[in-house]
Design a protein around this ligand. Structure first.
Ligand code: PMP
Length: 446
């Protein structure tokens, strides 16, 4: 099987208390308290963790009132604490919040507005609270429909936190075993793969399902983040994913588009899969769906839901409650009224151009790629061998944090800057980021 899966990692850029220096007494005390209360499984970002208390647009503010440019967080995608979403949540919370076993107009209005953003083939929507729950439900439905168990994911995918999803999220690292019914394929890396990449990616998927079948595991689903965010951000060439989805369907599997990261306008289009001119069988979504309020869900072709719906009842105490629906509806309205997908496309192109210019001056930047405001900048020690500049990238991320710019990295070598600012980012803010990155690279002689 064509699996050259990297080892994966626990978390890129995690705070290490053994290496901590220069922490203010208040933050030092909070770190100790956090470790005592929350235990050893949690991680903090950065060598010097950030203590944030407020956000506005693309800015975040720490306890001392210092301002940070957020180039990383894709949850408050409209901008932090967006007043229209805050107001919608507050208004509905002051009226009523119940579960989905009662009739409520707002829930139906939201379902209608959300479905209108999808191709007509996706006719039902179901609500959950998190992206993990959405993927979990999608897989239950896919199993019921196909009668199979076999799942194919990319070799550094992340799809969620439940037992089912952890065992198909290789990015969690070797400490979290993959399920026997899970096969991985190398990501669609056009930087390394060249023009054959789309055909090879599709062939790898076909081979992975064939291999599972030889082990007696029937196909269930190909599950991919349509921007391959944790694998290192792979958007190009637009359209390549259609071939991959075709390969999965030819094997008898469903194609599930995980839009938890790319969805809701980030790529410059409403959904990441639109870039590839295809219609998924199931779309899962979350993160920016409530601009910080926990709401998630899936959209699905109605015929796929028949068997599951006939056998099982679905109830989720909090998923799709009226407050979540009010938040979700406000998000769709703001995306439309503030033309944020178009802003993501325009400012994203500007940011990508700025990064490309930097790459002319700094050999460390091997590749820049992206769609809208989902951008990867890959740092390499040698442009020919493309050896990952892992340690250098960690230094860059921490040096940017010192300049109060928040960013992180992903990919098998932890050498790909993952740039995902709020969609309201302005050109001036994009320039601040590019300027600071240029300064850091110059300072470090890269
Ligand atoms: N899918 C993808 C692609 C994700 O990035 C994430 C979260 N990082 C999830 C699913 C899980 O979402 P949640 O954390 O809301 O459960």
């Amino acid at each position: 099987m064509p699996d050259t899966a990297p080892k994966g990692m626990a978390m890129i850029n995690a705070f290490d208390p053994r290496k901590a220096t220069d922490l203010a007494p208040r933050e030092q005390a909070m770190i100790e308290r956090r470790q005592r209360l929350l235990g050893p499984a949690y991680r903090l970002f950065y060598e010097k963790p950030v203590h944030l208390v407020r956000g506005e647009g693309a800015w975040l503010f720490d306890a001392e009132g210092n301002r940070y440019l957020d180039c990383y967080n894709n949850v408050a995608s409209l901008g932090h604490a967006h007043p229209r979403v805050v107001e919608a949540i507050a208004r509905q919370a002051a009226q009523l919040n119940t579960h989905t076993r009662y009739l409520h107009e707002t829930v139906l209005d939201y379902a209608e507005a959300l479905l209108a953003t999808f191709p007509a083939s996706l006719g039902h929507v179901m609500f959950t609270c998190t992206g993990s729950e959405a993927n979990d439900l999608a897989l239950r439905i896919a199993r019921a429909h196909t009668g199979g168990e076999g799942i194919v994911v990319t070799s550094l995918a992340y799809h969620g936190v439940t037992s089912t999803l952890a065992e198909l999220s290789p990015s969690l690292g070797e400490g979290v075993p993959l399920g026997r019914h899970v096969a991985t394929v190398p990501p669609p890396d056009a930087y390394r793969g060249g023009p054959d990449m789309p055909a090879r990616f599709a062939a790898d998927i076909a081979a992975a399902f064939a291999d599972l079948a030889r082990h007696g595991i029937r196909p269930c689903a190909l599950l991919v983040d349509t921007m391959f965010t944790s694998d290192g951000v792979f958007p190009d060439p637009a359209g390549f994913l259609a071939q991959a989805a075709e390969a999965a369907r030819a094997a008898g599997a469903l194609f599930i588009a995980d839009e938890v990261q790319p969805g809701f306008g980030r790529t410059g289009q409403m959904w990441g899969f639109q870039r590839h001119g295809l219609e998924p069988d199931i779309v899962t979504m979350g993160k920016p769906m409530g601009n910080g309020h926990p709401v998630a869900g899936l959209a699905i072709r109605p015929e796929l839901l028949e068997r599951f719906g006939g056998r099982a009842r679905y109830f989720n105490t909090f998923g799709g409650n009226p407050v979540s629906a009010a938040a979700g509806r406000a998000v769709l309205e703001v995306l439309r009224d503030e033309k944020l997908p178009a802003n993501a496309a325009a400012v994203g192109a500007h940011l990508l151009a700025g990064l490309s210019e930097l790459a002319e001056r700094h050999a460390l930047i091997g590749d820049v790629r992206g769609a809208g405001l989902s951008i990867g900048a890959e740092m390499v020690r040698d442009r020919k061998t493309r050896e990952p500049a892992t340690a250098e990238t960690a230094r860059i991320v921490n040096a940017l944090r010192e300049r109060r710019i928040l960013i992180s990295a992903s990919g098998p070598g932890a050498n790909i800057l993952k740039i995902r600012p709020p969609l309201c980012l302005t050109r001036e803010q994009a320039d601040i980021f590019v300027g600071a990155l240029g300064e850091v690279l110059a300072e470090k002689g890269c």
